[in-house]
Design a protein around this ligand. Structure first.
Ligand code: FES
Length: 137
């Protein structure tokens, strides 16, 4: 099992290795917790505020636990004609979440169809998308 100590041992305790260590920590645990930030600060002999300052500067390093969310968007013909790919792009660009493309659900007249954590949303457009996802984020 991966631990913060094992991750830190992969890096020499030089300040130029702080960012790679933060990226690895975030990628491994989903975010850099307060407790891990404290250990990272100790390892690199820097203040904890410097750890969070560096982490918050980079999108790839998360400092808060990310919500568990599964977004699926129908990308079959009828939903695609109704801009399902625009919805997928917006989810990825604005919300930094990878949406899963799924095949026709037989609700083509109600498309584009999006499913969030098992709940089905119909006729999704960009403004509706924002309202829907705010419930989950
Ligand atoms: S094409 Fe999307 S539900 Fe049929």
């Amino acid at each position: 099992m991966q631990t913060i100590q094992k991750i830190l041992l992969e890096f020499e305790p030089k300040v130029e290795n702080l960012l790679p260590a933060l990226k690895k920590t975030s990628a491994t645990f989903g975010y850099v917790s307060e407790e891990d930030a404290q250990k990272i600060a100790g390892y690199f002999s820097i203040p904890q505020s410097k750890v969070f300052e560096t982490a918050s500067f980079y999108d790839l390093v998360k400092t808060k636990k990310q919500p568990q969310i599964l977004i699926q968007v129908c990308s079959s013909a009828n939903c695609a004609v109704n801009n399902s790919f625009e919805i997928i792009r917006e989810i990825e660009n604005s919300f930094k979440i990878k949406a899963e493309e799924i095949s026709c659900l037989g609700k083509c007249g109600e498309g584009p169809i999006m499913i969030v954590n098992g709940k089905i949303y119909e006729k999704v457009n960009l403004s509706k998308l924002r309202d829907i996802l705010e419930e989950y984020l």
